[in-house]
Ligand binder design. Structure first.
Ligand code: PAF
Length: 282
C-alpha cells in the first residue's frame, strides 16, 4: 500500500488506476483512529471496486472552537497497518495546508437546508466543514463510489445532497453500523470513555432497540416512539440527551409518522463525550 501526501499524487493515482474500462475506484474518507467499523468500509470498497483508497485527515474545519480537534485520537502507524491488511491500494494522508492552501480564507461548501439539523444544530459549522472536505476529496480522487458509515447518518444525508447538487458522478454507499457485542456503536471517540461512562453509554443502543421493537409491533407515531426513547434514557440520568429525533433521511426534517426508511437518531453526552447512534426503520 502506497502512502500519498499531496492532491497531485492522489489525482495521478486515480488517473493511472483507470487503466481499463472495467477499473473502478472506491474511496473511504476517514479521520483515522481506524477501528472495525472503518475496516468494514474498506472491505466494502474492495468488494465492489477494483481500486480502493483510504483517506486519513483530521479535518480542522468540522470541529468547533471548544471541541476535541487537538485531542482527537491519532494512530497513524496502526491505521496504515489496518488499511493495508484490509487491502487498500493507497492511503491519502495530507497535511492541513495541502487541503486548505489558503487557510481560513479557503472556499467552503455550505448546504443551508441541512446544516442546522441534528448534529448541525448542536455543532454549528460542523456540516459545512464536512461538506467542504468531502468535496475536496471527491474532486481530487474522482471515485466511482465513496463509502461512509451509517452511524453518521446525518453526514450521509449531507454528502448525498452535496454530490447531487454539485452533480458529482459518485455513488454514496452507506455501510451498516458496526457494534461491540454489548451493542455500543463503534466510534473513534469511544476511546475517551471511562469504564463507567462506557457502561452508561449503552443506553443509546438500548433506546434504539426499544424503538425498533415498538415499530416491529406496529407503532408508527413519532411522538410515541420519541417518548418511549426518552423513557429509556431516563434510566441513565447521567447521560445527557442532545437530541432524540425521527426524521426523513434525505431532508433531515422531522416526520410525524415513521415509514420504511425513516431515520431514528439519537445523540447524547456520556461525561464529556458526545455519542451518536441511529436506526433506519423498516
Ligand atoms: O466521518 C468522518 O470520519 C469524517 O466526518 C469525514 C467524512 C472523513 C470528513 O472529515
Amino acid at each position: 500500500m502506497e502512502v500519498l501526501r499531496t492532491v497531485t499524487e492522489l489525482r495521478q493515482w486515480s488517473r493511472l488506476s483507470r487503466c481499463t474500462a472495467a477499473s473502478t475506484i472506491g474511496l473511504v474518507p476517514t479521520m483515522g483512529a481506524l477501528h472495525a467499523g472503518h475496516a468494514s468500509l474498506i472491505r466494502a470498497a474492495r468488494a465492489s471496486c477494483s481500486h480502493a483508497a483510504v483517506s486519513i485527515f483530521v479535518n480542522p474545519t468540522q470541529f468547533g472552537p471548544r471541541e476535541d480537534f487537538a485531542r482527537y485520537p491519532r494512530s497513524f502507524d496502526a491505521d496504515c497497518a489496518l488499511a493495508a491488511s484490509e487491502g487498500a491500494h493507497v492511503l491519502f494522508a495530507p497535511a492541513v495546508d495541502e487541503l486548505y492552501p489558503n487557510g481560513p480564507d479557503s472556499t467552503f461548501v455550505e448546504i443551508p437546508c441541512l446544516s442546522n439539523r441534528l448534529d448541525g444544530a448542536s455543532r454549528p459549522g460542523h456540516f459545512r466543514g464536512v461538506a467542504t472536505v468531502v468535496a475536496k476529496l471527491l474532486i481530487a480522487s474522482e471515485p466511482d463510489r465513496a463509502f461512509f458509515g451509517q452511524k453518521d447518518a446525518a453526514q450521509v444525508a449531507v454528502v448525498r445532497r452535496l454530490t447531487a447538487d454539485l452533480r458529482l458522478a459518485v455513488e454514496i454507499v452507506a455501510c451498516p453500523i458496526v457494534r461491540d457485542p454489548d451493542g455500543l456503536a463503534l466510534s473513534s471517540r469511544n476511546a475517551y470513555l471511562t469504564p463507567a461512562e462506557r457502561g452508561r453509554a449503552l443506553i443509546l443502543s438500548r433506546a434504539i432497540r426499544q424503538v425498533e421493537s415498538l415499530v416491529a409491533q406496529g407503532e408508527r407515531r413519532a411522538a410515541m416512539l420519541i417518548a418511549s426513547a426518552h423513557g429509556v434514557f431516563a434510566c441513565e440520568p447521567e447521560v445527557r440527551i442532545d437530541y432524540v429525533a425521527l426524521v426523513d433521511w434525505s431532508t433531515l426534517e422531522p416526520v410525524e409518522i415513521a415509514v420504511p426508511g425513516t431515520l431514528f437518531a439519537v445523540a447524547a453526552w456520556a461525561g464529556s463525550t458526545r455519542l451518536i447512534d441511529n436506526s433506519i426503520l423498516n
